[in-house]
Ligand binder design. Structure first.
Ligand code: GLP
Length: 246
């Protein structure tokens, strides 16, 4: 089932999406959260931190498994997703960082299988947070990804390297490969929370949620998941609203 929750702006969207994660953490103190990076979840993480500091959220029994990691960056690199998660969330809440997992960007062999085994040993992901790439990618599953893959190594597309260059000193510093949970791994999560904001995401959000289910738009596979909540701002929902679909 697909639920779409609209928000007026990024801050409101961040609070509403954080409320979905807060509900999971409150109802299941041992939940496994699948977490994401990128600019979209930063406000949501800030809200979770605020609620934790107020004493309303306890992460001590929570485990976390992140979607993806760049190949070639170690955990201390400021643009590694491991570093992102520490600085944007984990260092500011009471989660045990031994229980926070992410693919190892420096791994030489079979990192995909190792990571899927870790997720399986955790009992699977209860709630998977996803951002949406401009080309429809989720995690780093780029267009034409095989829907049947678990965690694996991917070559990043030029458009993703371009989109992520804003975080690096120069475009040539952006890694060209990443490990990502595959579509199969993502679809195995019990619940999915997709967030999107801004005009630039309006067309791809419409394509993902209401267009053809196709590997050309990896996020379109989410139409087949039994429990997806989308929290998006009015800018990202513009086309969906214009078409009277919300
Ligand atoms: C990145 C990440 C994704 C993220 C997406 C959107 O490349 N690998 O996990 O969801 O792109 O990023 P943003 O939220 O900055 O728009």
């Amino acid at each position: 089932m697909l639920k779409i929750i609209a928000a007026t702006d990024y801050n409101s969207q961040s609070r509403k999406a954080a409320a979905v994660i807060a509900a999971e953490v409150t109802l299941n103190s041992k939940a496994c959260l699948g977490l994401a990076t990128g600019s979209s979840p930063i406000g949501l993480y800030k809200q979770l931190i605020a609620w934790h500091k107020q004493g309303d959220l306890d992460f001590s029994g929570i485990t976390a498994a992140n979607l993806d990691e760049y190949v070639g960056l170690d955990a201390a690199h400021e643009q590694s997703y491991k570093y992102f998660m520490k600085t944007n969330l984990f260092d500011s809440i009471n989660i045990d960082q031994k229980n926070c997992y992410i693919p190892n960007g420096l791994a030489k062999d079979d990192e995909g299988k190792r990571y899927d085994d870790v997720i399986a040993a955790l009992g699977g992901v209860d709630l998977q947070l996803l951002g949406l790439g401009l080309n429809g990618h989720i995690g780093f599953n780029e267009p034409d990804s095989c829907f049947a893959k678990g965690t694996h190594l991917v070559e990043l597309t030029a458009s993703t390297i371009e989109a992520n260059a804003r975080f690096f000193a120069s475009r040539s510093d952006v890694p060209t490969q990443a490990y990502t949970m595959g579509i199969k791994t993502i679809m195995a999560a019990k619940k999915i929370l997709l967030i999107a904001n801004g005009d630039a995401k309006a067309q791809i959000l419409y394509d993902a949620l209401f267009g053809e289910i196709t590997p050309n738009v990896p996020a379109s596979i989410l139409q087949l998941h039994p429990d997806v909540t989308v929290v998006a701002d009015d800018c990202a929902l513009k086309i969906i609203k214009e078409k009277g679909l919300l």
